[in-house]
Design a protein around this ligand. Structure first.
Ligand SMILES: Cc1cc2nc3c(=O)[nH]c(=O)nc-3n(C[C@H](O)[C@H](O)[C@H](O)COP(=O)(O)OP(=O)(O)OC[C@H]3O[C@@H](n4cnc5c(N)ncnc54)[C@H](O)[C@@H]3O)c2cc1C
Length: 292
């Protein structure tokens, strides 16, 4: 089953749910959507757009949205705008370029629909109305009679593997502790996991740490990894390459521990400690109380 939310509105002022004139939840009930494969989902967006004639199609700039939206845009023959971090009116958007070192304001002048992926960390969570009825939306079934076998594409679901963890999701965690190549080994990286446990944090890693095999690549933060903006971001043994900074610079408070006082991470850190992480982390672990 696939669920899409449709809105009728004249403007897009930062997605406040209260401004939407009318909402509709579209439900497409078919086992073709069970495993979130991009091809059938893109085909579904295509069908929904052909029937609904929406002005905008928006997906989160996460791996799921980034997988589907460009495919759907190709089917609809429009050019998507990716990684939107701010919205002015219905056709003007801000997006980062050069690994976040510059912001670019773009105006969409193509044909309808305007398709966007947005960085959800750049937008406030919309207030939920105290009136529960205004949080409700009617549900409508999508007619899949024109959804041909071709729309399913060539991908086939094989299996899903994921790490069972009680830790918060990296993309939405309030605290993230990230380890870099300075950790030196997968064994040493376990210190980050202990620290995360004590802080109720998610664990992140640099690409160098991922490439060295310390952790799987779903923990990578940065331009080619996840974009995070937690309340507290702690970086240990991370040099602060622009591609890494691009994924965490919007964090509210950044703490960096590095033995090199010239490491670029200190340029974005609110609190920096020049020191050896192999001394700092054990001391932190000792002093932090056990999580209740
Ligand atoms: C197209 C492209 C995309 C990329 N995308 C990403 C991305 O998404 N995310 C990402 O992270 N990188 C990305 N990179 C790689 C990026 O350029 C850097 O190579 C990488 O971020 C470096 O990781 P690091 O800081 O762990 O390693 P290093 O740069 O090697 O830094 C290790 C740091 O650890 C410190 N250190 C060592 N030992 C200790 C110790 N005992 N105590 C304290 N500090 C210590 C060192 O002083 C050093 O500053 C990308 C690169 C390219 C070209």
């Amino acid at each position: 089953m696939a669920m899409l939310t449709a809105f009728r509105t004249t403007t897009l002022p930062r997605f406040s749910s209260s401004i939407f004139a009318s909402r509709l939840v579209l439900v497409a009930d078919s086992d073709k959507f069970t495993h979130s494969l991009a091809e059938p989902w893109a085909g579904l967006v295509h069908i929904v757009q052909q029937k609904g004639g929406y002005s905008h199609i928006i997906a989160a700039a996460n791996s799921f949205g980034k997988n589907i939206l460009p495919r759907a845009a190709a089917l609809l023959d429009v050019s998507p705008i990716t990684d939107v971090i701010n919205i002015f009116g219905s056709s003007q958007f801000v997006r980062p370029i050069y690994a976040g070192n510059a912001l670019c304001t773009v105006r969409y002048t193509g044909s309808s629909p305007c398709m966007l992926t947005i960085r959800s960390t750049s937008f406030p969570v919309p207030a939920v109305s105290a009136n529960s009825r205004s949080n409700e939306a009617p549900i409508s079934q999508v007619d899949l009679s024109t959804f041909g076998e071709d729309s399913v594409g060539k991908s086939r679901y094989v299996q899903h593997t994921s790490q069972d963890t009680e830790r918060p999701d990296l993309g939405s965690a309030r605290v993230v502790v990230t380890g870099g190549r300075g950790l030196k080994s997968a064994e040493n990286f376990k210190m980050m996991e202990k620290l995360a446990e004590k802080l109720g944090a998610a664990v992140g890693a640099t690409r160098a740490a991922v490439d060295a095999g310390f952790v799987p690549n779903d923990l990578q933060v940065g331009q080619t990894g996840k974009i995070v903006a937690p309340e507290l971001y702690m970086a240990f043994g991370v040099s602060g390459a622009i591609q890494h900074i691009a994924g965490m610079r919007d964090s509210r408070v950044i703490v960096a521990v590095n033995k090199d006082s010239d490491a670029p991470i200190f340029q974005v850190a609110d609190y920096g400690l020049v020191g050896d992480l192999f001394e700092v982390i054990p001391e932190l672990l000792e002093k932090l109380p056990e999580k209740k």
